[in-house]
Write a protein that binds this ligand. Structure first.
Ligand code: SF4
Length: 148
């Protein structure tokens, strides 16, 4: 079965910054089609749960208390990439808007819920290595992509 890298919070792990999950309602469907490989880059990068929320500001990732967590985000992205490559994942389903997992749209660094074009640190690294990234609003597109 094709292997799918998936944000661990979408898989039901309580690894979000606030200690909650983002359990995906269509997870059972995905389990029928894929071997799921969950990964939380922020936890892999060494950050605790719960933790302060972070946003990307320029080339840095910064918590809302001013702490620079760029190194942790990069370490987590490298861990996610290694997991994807080690497992032969060609596709990933990553949580939208996250500074790690977000794809296409992320928050603008002002902690005001304002979205701008861009990718999270992990999503960007995965794309740079040829892995096709979808978010949880694109499950149908993901299934179409795999069928094709
Ligand atoms: Fe979910 Fe990704 Fe954030 Fe981890 S880093 S909680 S997997 S969105």
């Amino acid at each position: 079965m094709e292997k799918l890298l998936i944000s661990a919070c979408l898989y039901g792990e309580k690894c979000r910054y606030d200690g909650k999950d983002n359990l995906l309602s269509r997870l059972d469907l995905l389990k029928e089609k894929f071997t799921l490989i969950p990964i939380c880059p922020e936890v892999s990068g060494g950050l605790a749960t719960p933790r302060n929320p972070s946003e990307i500001i320029g080339k840095s990732v910064v918590m809302n208390n001013g702490s620079d967590v760029t190194a942790e985000y990069k370490k987590g992205a490298e861990a996610a990439l290694k997991t994807a490559l080690d497992n032969g994942c060609k596709v990933a389903l990553m949580k939208a808007k996250s500074p790690s997992c977000g794809s296409g749209k992320i928050y603008d660094g002002t902690f005001s819920k304002t979205l701008v074009d861009g990718d999270g640190i992990t999503a960007r690294l995965l794309k740079e290595h040829g892995i096709k990234v979808f978010d949880e609003t694109q499950v149908s597109e993901l299934l179409e992509y795999i069928k094709a």
